[in-house]
Design a protein around this ligand. Structure first.
Ligand code: FAD
Length: 464
């Protein structure tokens, strides 16, 4: 098998502290002053939510930090998060003209600096709108739900966000590990959205504690579903139910709970001294691998059936994992979990990649030993809401079907959806991009509905 050995890094040095410490004030202003303020800002077109990048950088360069933060707030409710976890090397930073000279502006770090500075110094003004354009329920408080809630609150809607978890934030809180995204940063961003009038109700699982129809009967004009992809996909190979085979998202959520006192650390399914295999090579797999090292695993090996050129994880993430000591086995296809009472290994068939990029089994099978195997091969939406609500169509894979007019409305009138539950697992900023479009479609719908009601008419759905 093709093996990339990790470095000789001492795993015991790894902690959950944020790895990247960000800019100091001096560094941030120096970096901002390098921006050419191009007439045609390619960085802005590189950003999925079209953040007003040159404008906030210019304000920062002049030392106007409150104004810089206000400029960012035109487009984003989650700047401190995006400044940390956006795949910026493929987006705004890739588009920066200075990249051609190998010295592109570090836009993500500048956005992060402004958001952190504002949060610490409380310099930008956040107000509640004193109008009531409509009452909206948002289900799910990940990036999609938070974006819809923040955008609608700014427009004057009364918004309540419901989430089944104990704390809002979705994957930002329970998925992306602390060493990449400090949880206090997520809480801070949510508090800013709250200050704009949004109400959060946690530990409320819609479809179990309350139904969508009950929400309508409480007087909501429209409902947004941003419930993400809660169900992990399994690898359908023999032995999949053996103890010791763990889902990556479950593992990451348990580690977050243990780090914050929600559960005892013994309940985390990976322990000191474990030999761990991670299956998959996306961001979730790499996060799980790096987290396993931090909870004390003796060894962590990522197995992937393709090559390093095909991984979907960010290059920086992959390099981080390598430098911390994660090993990688390429062209390695799992065919069976090994073990009787518990998992003791993974049988893998060596793959051969043909010249046209197709994979072929070589027939050569090797058993890699491990007492914990973490599976990170994708997620799909849960059916809890669609199975308890009439009229919401999903596609064959369970993703909610929406339409373009009004943007983001499902096949049931007044119910909208966006983020991963519609577009499949993607990125924070892509969930935000879609959610922004849905927020505006939903606002148009509620405006029309209220106007009809003022005329003594009701919005009817001819399809029901
Ligand atoms: P989610 O964030 O999944 O939020 C859905 C919310 O809905 C959850 O809070 C859930 O509790 C709630 N919910 C679900 N069902 C119900 C119900 N019935 N009732 C009430 N509440 C409900 N993207 C990046 O850009 N950069 C990264 O570095 C990155 N790393 C990642 C690492 C991991 C481990 C994972 C899992 C994902 C990562 N992503 C990353 C992807 C990104 O986090 C997701 O694309 C994004 O969070 C999707 O947002 P969402 O709002 O659609 O869903």
């Amino acid at each position: 098998m093709l093996i990339d050995k990790g470095s000789d890094f001492d795993h015991q040095d790894l902690t959950f502290d944020e790895i990247d410490e960000g800019f100091t004030t001096k560094e941030a202003i120096k970096e901002a002053k390098r921006c050419l303020n191009c007439q045609k800002p390619l960085c802005r077109t590189g950003c999925p939510i079209e953040n007003e990048i040159p404008d906030f950088i210019q304000e920062l360069a002049k030392g106007n930090l409150g104004q810089a933060s206000a400029v960012i707030a035109h487009r984003s409710n989650l700047p401190a998060v995006c400044g940390r976890v956006c795949p910026r090397e493929k987006q705004c930073e890739a588009a920066c003209i200075l990249n051609k000279k190998g010295c592109g502006i570090k836009i993500g770090k500048l956005e992060r600096f402004i958001a952190d500075f504002d949060a610490e110094m409380d310099i930008s003004v956040l107000t509640k709108k004193n109008v009531e354009k409509g009452k909206v329920a948002v289900i799910g408080s990940g990036p999609a739900g938070l974006t819809v809630a923040g955008d609608l609150a700014k427009l004057g809607f009364r918004v309540t966000v419901f989430d089944g978890q104990a704390e809002p934030g979705g994957v930002l809180m329970y998925g992306i590990p602390e060493f990449r995204l400090n949880k206090e940063v997520v809480r801070r961003e949510i508090r800013r959205i709250e200050r704009q009038g949004v109400v959060f109700q946690t530990n409320v699982l819609i479809g179990r504690d309350l139904t969508v129809d009950e929400l309508f009967s409480q007087g909501y004009d429209a409902i947004f579903i941003g419930t993400g992809t809660a169900l992990p996909k399994t690898l359908e190979i023999p032995g999949k139910n053996l103890p010791g085979v763990i889902q990556a998202t479950y593992f990451l959520g348990m580690v977050m709970l243990a780090n914050h006192g929600g559960i005892a650390s013994l309940e985390v399914p990976v322990h000191k001294g474990d030999d761990v295999i991670v299956i998959g090579a996306g961001n979730v797999a790499i996060d799980a691998a790096r987290t396993a090292l931090r909870v004390g695993a003796a060894s962590v090996t990522v197995v992937y059936r393709r090559t390093v050129a095909n991984i979907t994880a960010l290059q920086s993430e992959f390099e981080g994992a390598q430098s911390e000591g994660v090993q990688f086995q390429w062209l390695t296809n799992p065919v069976r979990y090994v073990g009787t009472d518990r998992v003791t290994g993974l049988a893998c068939e060596r793959q051969i990649m043909t010249d046209d990029g197709k994979l072929q089994g070589s027939g050569q099978v090797e058993i890699l030993s491990a007492n914990k195997i973490i599976v990170a091969v994708g997620q799909r939406p849960a059916a809890r809401i669609v199975s308890t609500t009439a009229g919401i169509e999903v596609n064959q894979a369970g993703f909610v079907v929406t339409k373009d007019r009004p943007y983001g409305m499902t096949t049931r009138h007044g119910i909208f959806a966006g983020g991963d539950v519609v577009h499949e697992p993607a990125t924070v900023v892509l969930a935000m991009k879609e959610a922004k479009k849905v927020a505006s479609g939903l606002a148009q719908y509620v405006e029309a509905k209220r106007l009809m009601e003022e005329c003594g008419l009701a919005m009817t759905d001819t399809r029901q």
